[in-house]
Structures are given as C-alpha cells and as structure tokens.
Design a protein around this ligand. Structure first.
Ligand SMILES: NC(=O)c1ccc[n+]([C@@H]2O[C@H](COP(=O)([O-])OP(=O)(O)OC[C@H]3O[C@@H](n4cnc5c(N)ncnc54)[C@H](O)[C@@H]3O)[C@@H](O)[C@H]2O)c1
Ligand SMILES: O=C(O)[C@H]1O[C@H](OP(=O)(O)OP(=O)(O)OC[C@H]2O[C@@H](n3ccc(=O)[nH]c3=O)[C@H](O)[C@@H]2O)[C@H](O)[C@@H](O)[C@@H]1O
Length: 350
C-alpha cells in the first residue's frame, strides 16, 4: 500500500501566495479545469486529499479513515498549535516534495477548545478568515472540492431548540467567544461566495460537540476534562448552573458523516452531531458512574456567553447523506477512558 502521506508544518498566512490568482468575475461559473499536474504520470494515487488541521483530534481520525483507501494520498497542513505529530506518527514514513495539487480539501484547521481559541483571539479570527480564504484560493486554482468544518456555535446561544440548519443563530458579535463563532460564520460566508462567484464545489458541516480518543488530555473541553479528572481522582468541575445542555457525538460517527458529506452532492450546511442531549450534571454523573464512583462532583464558575442548550436536528443528514450516529454516550465514554488510561498511565483497578 502506498502511504503517501505528506505532512508539513504550515500556517495559513504563509499559504496566501498559493491561494489566489486574482480573478474577480461576479457571475456563477463552472469549476475551473484542474491543473495538468493532476493527470501527470508522476502521481500514482487516484485521489489526492489535503486535510488542514490533520494533526488534531478529529483531523487525525479523519486521516486514518481516508488512508484505509489505498488509492488515497493524504497531505496534512497543521501548525501544531493544538495538534500533535504523535497523532499521525503511524503514517509518516514517506517524505516527498511538497506539490500542492489536490482533488479534495478537508479544511479543519482551527483551535476548537474554548480555552485555546480564546487564548489568542486575533489569531483565531485570522485562522478562520484568512485561513479559509487561502484554502478557497487553493481550491479555485486546482479545481478541488472543499469541505469546511463549521460548528454548532454559529447558532450562538440558540433561541430555537433543537437547532436546524435554517436557524440564523443568536450570536454575540463582540463577546469573548466571537473570534470563533463569528470567525466560523464568516468562513461559511466565504465558502458560499466562492461557490456563487467562482463555481467552487463546497461542503459545509456544522459539527456538534465531538469526543473520543486522542483529545488533548488538558484540552479544556468538558468530556476530556471530566474523564481526566475522574482518572486523576480530582473533582469533576461542573460549570454553573450545570443545567446547560450539549449533545455529544463519538469521533468515528463524526468522521463517517464528514466523508459522506464530501462524497455526496449537497453543499450543506448540514448538522452533524448526535441528538442525545445531556445536562452537564448528567454528563458528570455518567462519568462518575462509569469511570470512578468515588469521585466528587463540584460546581465552579462558568465563562461568559456559554450557550444554554444545544441539540442538533439531523433530519437533513439522515435524508441527504443517509447518516446517523451509531455510538451512544454510554458506549463512547469507555472507549475514550481506555485511551486516557493509557496516556495518563492509570491502569484499571481489578
Ligand atoms: N471537536 C468538536 O467538538 C468540534 C465541534 C465543532 C466544530 N469543530 C471543528 O472541527 C475542527 C477540528 O476540531 P478538533 O476538535 O479536531 O480540534 P483540534 O484543536 O484538536 O484540531 C485543530 C487542528 O488545527 C491546527 N491549527 C490551528 N490553527 C492552525 C493554523 N493557523 N494553521 C494550521 N493549522 C492550525 C491545530 O494545530 C490542530 O491540529 C475545527 O475546525 C473545529 O472548529 C470541532
Ligand atoms: O460543538 C460545537 O459546536 C462547539 O463545542 C465546543 O464548545 P463548548 O460546547 O462550549 O465546549 P466545552 O468547553 O466542552 O463546554 C461544554 C459545556 O461544558 C461545560 N464545562 C466545561 C468544562 C468543564 O470542566 N466543566 C463544564 O461544566 C461548559 O460550561 C459548557 O456548558 C467546542 O469546543 C467547539 O470547538 C465547538 O465548535
């Protein structure tokens, strides 16, 4: 099998040069003809796929899935801000010159955990806006199809429940989460403008909270926090009031949904998430019961603008992609526990 994964540390500001070729017609056009390099005999693979953010949590699982098809060659662009080379280590066995000529782009690159995206908000906006602009420029130059991993955060603190794709959202444009929420909203706008103006083939997934093995242990998101805390015998920190809800999707279901969206005919946006809805208190109780019945649950202060409820309406994903999640929270948590035990070196008590 040809494991032609090429991986490079790259920031999107640097990719600007590769991205644009200054064509500003406003009429909708068919996608541009792929560059002749695409058909060059030099390339052995049938499909060359760029995954931005491929060293991250969802991205590295997506790379594993794409690499199952031996006709795929996968290229990763990541600056390792929250991602890690370890997540890709098994695939890095070939070094080739960097020739960015791809058929598909999965554009994931962006810090996803609130503590990381709030750490350098200007950089988060740049990643969402300039990064997406550059990836769209690349898609335009080579005629690639591009998928953006947008987020349920485009719905903000939703006033409609559950959220379907026609809801325009309730987002604070000047709050501490805005760099991410509004950044993703602009990224969606850019995707549709390139589609309408330049005929680029786009796909937009609105991802709802996803969890699973390989999440950063100190990532700060709730599932990884609770599992790490349970294994370290530290109190589970429920942020007040604890009645806020989230719907948690296991990462293999998510990756399956993303690949179906890329391969299908619909631009989206399409919600991809698990409609099973839990309060944070319920999540803590589940983690306690499954992982460490002795652990305490403690209430701590919350952060500003935390959405009070979140649950995807996945009618569109079911009808258009034939997709729905298979793994329930209570089955997914033990799979993540296993990975965290190994990485934290906390063996299961017999
Ligand atoms: N996990 C979720 O619950 C969730 C929910 C909604 C949307 N998403 C979206 O899915 C994508 C992946 O999320 P994740 O959970 O795997 O997060 P992650 O933080 O594990 O992965 C993001 C990756 O992007 C890289 N990155 C960040 N800024 C970059 C830049 N400027 N240039 C190049 N690489 C950069 C990071 O190093 C990391 O490897 C993100 O776009 C996120 O917004 C995730
Ligand atoms: O799915 C989404 O669309 C978004 O979901 C998450 O954002 P958020 O739901 O705020 O993620 P968490 O930080 O995991 O928080 C979830 C809930 O758990 C609570 N929480 C968090 C951490 C903790 O230790 N305790 C706790 O109770 C928070 O107050 C919040 O109500 C992701 O981090 C975003 O990248 C993603 O786009």
């Amino acid at each position: 099998m040809h494991l032609g994964i090429r991986q490079f540390k790259k920031d999107f500001e640097v990719m600007a040069k590769e991205a644009s070729n200054g064509d500003h017609n406003s009429a909708t056009k068919p996608p541009p003809t792929p560059s002749p390099l695409r058909n060059s005999k030099f390339f052995q693979s049938n499909m060359r796929i760029l995954v931005t953010g491929g060293a991250g949590f969802i991205g590295s699982h997506l790379v594993d899935k794409l690499m199952e098809n031996e006709k795929n060659e996968v290229i990763v662009a990541d600056n390792y801000f929250t991602g890690s080379k370890d997540n890709l280590r098994k695939w890095i066995d070939v070094t080739e010159p960097l020739l960015i000529e791809v058929d598909q782009i999965y554009h994931l690159a962006c810090p996803a955990s609130p503590i990381f995206y709030k750490y350098n908000p200007v950089k988060t906006i740049k990643t969402n806006v300039i990064g997406t602009l550059n990836m769209l420029g690349l898609a335009k130059r080579v005629g690639a199809r591009i998928l953006l991993t947008s987020t349920s955060e485009v719905y903000g603190d939703p006033l409609v429940h559950p959220q379907d794709e026609s809801y325009w959202g309730n987002v604070n444009p000047i709050g501490v989460r805005s760099c991410y929420d509004e950044g993703k909203r602009v990224a969606e706008t850019l995707m549709f403008d390139y589609h309408r103006q330049h005929g680029i083939e786009i796909r937009i997934a609105r991802i709802f909270n996803t969890y699973g093995p390989r999440m950063n242990i100190d990532d700060g998101r709730v599932v990884s926090n609770f599992i790490a805390q349970a294994l370290r015998d530290e109190p589970l920190t429920v942020q007040s009031p604890g009645t806020q809800t989230r719907s948690f999707c296991y990462v293999s279901d998510m990756v399956d949904g993303l690949v179906r969206l890329m391969e299908g005919d619909n631009t989206g946006p399409i919600n991809i998430g698990n409609p099973g809805e839990f309060t944070m208190i319920e999540l803590a109780e589940n983690v306690k019961e499954l992982i460490n019945p002795e652990v305490e649950i403690t209430m701590v202060e919350n952060t500003p603008d935390d959405p009070r409820q979140r649950k995807p309406d996945i009618t569109k994903a079911k009808e258009l992609l034939g997709w729905e999640p298979k793994i329930k929270l209570r089955d997914g948590l033990p799979l993540m526990e296993e990975d965290f035990r190994l990485r934290l070196d906390v063996p299961k008590k017999k």
